[in-house]
Design a protein around this ligand. Structure first.
Ligand code: MN
Length: 202
């Protein structure tokens, strides 16, 4: 069974005006679509083609050397974007509750401080990449990865990720990455973020 492009869990225009419909169409159908196509092309006919992508990214060294770069880039792209679509919603609430709320308070003091630090990391990421809230095995942390590298490559569980490649925001925000990140908080699915936190293996 080859990897498949998952449909968006909402309409292409659901996140407007924060993220416009054309950006969502190109980003999901073309960019994410290409990662899936390229990943399938790289692994077609190999014993690796049926593995969960999280498993491959968690141990790239097990792959034949000539497959590693393709899986790192395109498998990472597939996993990262799948998480990204799920992290957003048209009406995802205004903030965390439950165990996630307590963890954010314990780690960052406040949601405001979490937002400030993630936004700062997003602006600081040079070039293409992602900024994440992860569970690193001990608790919450903010990290950043280049290109399509996944926190899974470092043994971390990604809980929330924001795509800071220009293709994620350029049509509407041009060079204003900070404005995109600030607006992006409006479309976070806080319940999904909380659920992912609660699913982290103890
Ligand atoms: Mn992207």
């Amino acid at each position: 069974m080859p990897y498949e492009l998952p449909p968006l869990p909402y309409r292409y225009d659901a996140l407007a005006p924060t993220i416009d419909e054309l950006t969502m169409r190109v980003h999901h159908d073309k960019h994410h679509g290409s990662y899936v196509e390229n990943l399938n092309a790289a692994l077609d006919g190999t014993e690796w083609a049926d593995r969960p992508i999280e498993e491959l990214l968690g141990d790239l060294d097990r792959l034949p050397e000539e497959k590693r770069a393709a899986v790192r880039d395109n498998g990472g792209g597939h996993a990262n974007h799948t998480l990204f679509w799920e992290a957003m919603a048209a009406d995802g609430g205004t903030g965390p509750d439950g165990a996630l709320a307590r963890a954010i308070e314990a780690t960052f003091d406040s949601v405001t401080e979490l937002k400030r630090r993630l936004s700062a990391a997003a602006v600081a990421r040079f070039g293409c990449g992602w900024v994440w809230v992860i569970h690193d095995g001990n608790g919450l942390a903010i990290t950043s990865t280049a290109n399509q590298d996944s926190p899974l490559m470092h043994g971390h569980t990604p809980l929330l990720g924001v795509d800071v490649w220009e293709h994620a925001y350029y049509l509407k925000y041009q060079n204003r990455r900070a404005d995109y990140i600030e607006a992006w908080w409006n479309v976070i699915d806080w319940a999904r973020f909380a659920a992912r936190y609660e699913e982290v293996p103890a």
